[in-house]
Design a protein around this ligand. Structure first.
Ligand code: 15L
Length: 273
């Protein structure tokens, strides 16, 4: 089995996919702190993404990387720059130096969040970030492109919609990505022969989608989960429009309005789901 490094491995998304990835790969888990209750068979190599030497130790000897690490909401520039700009650069550069070519980069829908929901956009559209966070994800995609073209890296950037066990809002009905379908995309990124840099949308089989995921289909992606199966419950529970057209009409939703957001507090049991 290949050894795969998962950054951001203590985060909510990583916790949803770790058991599914373990069916296919040996895992090296990396986050700023050592992983609590490290599962038998997994490795743990803690690394602050701002520390190039530590990132170098984390990537040494792996067959591929799934880069979930960084700050996953809007914040001030210092926070975004340290975690997502410097952090992504350090990750790609450390991988190049260590000879690790395969990288799945967890990008985000917020790289294109200012497109209106009335428009269906393909993967090769011009970026329209809705936040400093979205801007950092567009930067990460561009890093993938540079490292593929210049250094022969093999990179899949997944513009993730909203990952959770089920969709919870009307917006989620368009952009939901189940953990199971995310793992299918990760496996495409880690296994597809001859990959250079590709961008795909990280969404399940969603009837209300506003993204054209033809590039993912071309690479073999066949999502199995459908947001529409949950639509009746979601529509009954939804609180309705916020009243702010930037939030209601743009794909990025509240990110188009927000200046800062709180990360879920895991010690209080808060999750991203
Ligand atoms: C993201 O990129 C965030 O990391 C996640 O927490 C969600 O807010 C998601 O986007 C979303 O757009 O719902």
């Amino acid at each position: 089995m290949k050894l795969i490094l998962l950054t951001g491995a203590a985060g909510g998304v990583a916790q949803m996919i770790r058991p599914l990835l373990r069916e296919h790969y040996r895992l090296r888990l990396s986050d700023r702190q050592p992983i609590a209750d490290l599962p038998l068979g997994d490795e743990s190599v803690p690394a602050d993404l701002g520390d190039m030497a530590a990132v170098g130790r984390a990537v040494a000897g792996v067959d591929g990387i799934v880069h979930l690490g960084g700050f996953s909401l809007e914040s001030d520039w210092e926070t975004i720059r340290a975690a997502n700009i410097d952090g992504a650069y350090n990750l790609f550069e450390a991988a190049r130096v260590a000879g690790v070519r395969r990288i799945v980069f967890a990008s985000s829908n917020h790289a294109v969040g200012y497109y209106p929901r009335s428009q269906t956009i393909p993967a090769d559209t011009t970026v329209r970030p809705d936040t400093r966070y979205g801007l950092s994800k567009a930067f990460g995609e561009a890093l993938g492109s540079l490292y593929a073209d210049k250094y022969g890296a093999e990179v899949l950037s997944v513009r993730i919609g909203h990952i959770g066990l089920r969709p919870k809002s009307i917006r989620d009905l368009a952009i939901w990505l189940s953990p199971n379908d995310f793992v299918q995309l990760i496996r495409i990124g880690l296994e597809t022969p001859g990959l250079r840099h590709e961008i795909v949308y990280g969404m399940s089989d969603n009837a209300r989608a506003w993204w054209d995921n033809a590039n993912a289909r071309r690479l073999g992606y066949r999502p199995v989960d459908r947001a529409e199966d949950h639509a009746a419950g979601v529509l009954a529970a939804d609180a309705g429009p916020s009243g702010d057209p930037r939030d209601d009409l743009n794909q990025g939703g509240m990110f188009c309005v927000a200046e800062a957001m709180q990360m879920p507090n895991r010690e209080k049991g808060e999750t991203v789901d």
